[in-house]
Design a binder for this molecule. Structure first.
Ligand code: GTP
Ligand code: MG
Length: 442
């Protein structure tokens, strides 16, 4: 009887399991296949915003302490001083790197390590590693001294950076101690030096500074009531690392800067003449950050770089639209191209563009330029372009259509010709990165 129960139990449970498996298999095979999302249809991640200004507190490491050890020597007599020097604190450098796109990687604080302390038996402290801040080519760096008394240090602030970060360098110190134009790949400058290592008791400097104290070295070391001004201890203390505030602004480096009202077709033009792919749309301020494209000039394949920047509104110098601050991205272009929509009062636009440029920097008005009359494919476009040329006899006007490609060959040839005739003089006069980098204002 017991055998029968076991048999029934076994048969029922095995059958139930088999049925269960069958049901699940049927359900899955009947279910419609999930649609596969193609990679190009998948929602694209929003690109990181372009950061063209940043500020950071930069601190060099402190020098390590020198050791005041005495040599272990048996027998009587005075033990000679045997302490090694402390290591140098790490310095902080800023370096122009070709692969860096913008200043989004800049953090609020850079601090190099402290040097290692010296040890007995003449052991020198370890030299701390330097820190290198990489910035894009064309970064303008200003170094402001941080007041030791007035400003809180990182340690004083208990690790709370808000105090330091919220303070603009300009607000506290108006004149930078050093201004750097980082426009050559690989150029590197020291902005905050590390402190020197302290002198160990073995070093000549220490002995020189402390002739009198040295004579009584053993007693002096046992004395708990050391004079804080004692020269030996002073010499053994490592120097403090420098603290500076670094203000960084990216000024795009390009041969030609495209300037114009929103929707004039600057980005379309850059797309048409270069391999760059800026966003194009029929609403104002499609472009909110600069983009540089490379134009290959026939027949020899010489390269020109062209910068597209946000649109400029009439009254931008009074804060309208995106203001005029972004003009720093064309500030160093030796040559400008005003892009105007031929069907939207181009003559008037050229006039107020000059006024807005003058409000940013007078020298931009006298910068060699070209007027690109865009959208000639529109009805009456060619007629308007002809009127503009007649109305502005002193300007070089080129009629183009970024949409159809009309006039692109002539535009590239003219850009090249004008650059070749102007760039040499312009660069020789103002554009000397090495001289600028070495320019100390204080
Ligand atoms: N018909 C015609 N439309 C054009 C031409 N060039 C540009 N457009 C159109 O004008 C609109 C604005 O073009 P964008 O290139 O985005 O203009 P933008 O000057 O870069 O504008 P912002 O980035 O806002 O300053 C888009 O709808 C373009 O398709 C052209 O030559 N002919
Ligand atoms: Mg644009």
């Amino acid at each position: 009887m017991r055998m029968n129960y076991c048999y029934y139990y076994y048969a029922i449970t095995t059958g139930a399991r088999a049925l269960n498996k069958l049901a699940w298999t049927a359900a899955f095979s009947a279910a419609p296949a999930l649609p596969r999302v193609k990679k190009r249809d998948a929602p694209r991640r929003a690109s990181k915003p372009f950061v063209d200004a940043a500020s950071a507190l930069v601190q060099g490491g402190d020098g390590g302490r020198g050791s005041l050890a005495l040599a272990k020597r048996g027998g009587s007599g005075m033990s000679p001083p045997d302490g090694g020097n402390g290591g140098k604190g790490g310095g902080v450098y800023v370096e122009a790197a070709a692969g860096v796109r913008d200043l989004s990687g800049i953090t609020a604080l850079y601090r190099a390590d402290n040097g290692g302390h010296g040890g007995g038996d003449g052991m020198y402290g370890r030299r701390a590693k330097d820190v290198v801040i990489q910035v894009p080519l064309g970064t303008w760096a200003e170094v402001y001294r941080v007041d030791d008394d007035g400003d809180k240090s990182w340690d004083d602030a208990g690790g709370d950076l808000d105090f330091e970060v919220s303070q603009s360098a300009h607000a506290t110190f108006e004149v930078p101690v050093l201004t750097l134009d980082l426009s050559t790949a690989g150029e590197r400058h020291l902005v905050a030096a590390g402190g020197v290592g302290g002198l160990g008791s073995r070093s000549k400097g220490s002995r020189h500074r402390s002739r009198i104290a040295l004579n009584t070295m053993p007693g002096f070391l046992r004395d708990k009531q050391l004079d804080p001004e004692d020269s030996v201890r002073q010499a053994a203390m490592g120097g403090a690392g420098e603290s500076v505030r670094l203000s960084l602004r990216l000024k795009t480096l390009a041969d030609i800067g495209l300037v114009g009202a929103p929707n004039a077709g600057k980005s379309s033009l850059l797309r048409a003449i270069s391999t760059a792919r800026p966003a194009v749309a029929d609403y104002p301020f499609t472009t909110i950050s600069p983009m540089v494209g490379s134009v290959v000039c026939p027949p020899d394949g010489a390269m020109l770089s062209v910068a597209d920047v946000p649109g400029l509104l009439r009254g931008a110098s009074m804060g309208k639209g995106m203001g005029i601050d972004f003009l720093r991205h064309v500030e160093r272009a030796p040559f400008l191209a005003f892009v105007v929509d031929v069907c939207a009062d181009p003559h008037e636009v050229v006039e107020w563009l000059l006024t807005e440029l003058a409000a940013y920097d007078e020298s931009l008005v006298s910068r060699p330029r070209l007027v690109v009359a865009n959208k000639v494919d529109l009805p009456e476009g060619r007629e308007r372009a002809r009127e503009l040329r007649e109305g502005l006899p002193s300007e070089e006007v080129i009629a183009v259509s970024a949409l159809t490609g009309e006039g692109m060959g002539e535009l590239i040839r003219t850009m090249r010709r004008m650059l070749e005739s102007q760039v040499v003089d312009w660069k020789a006069r103002d554009y000397d990165p090495v001289a600028l980098a070495k320019k100390k204002l204080m």
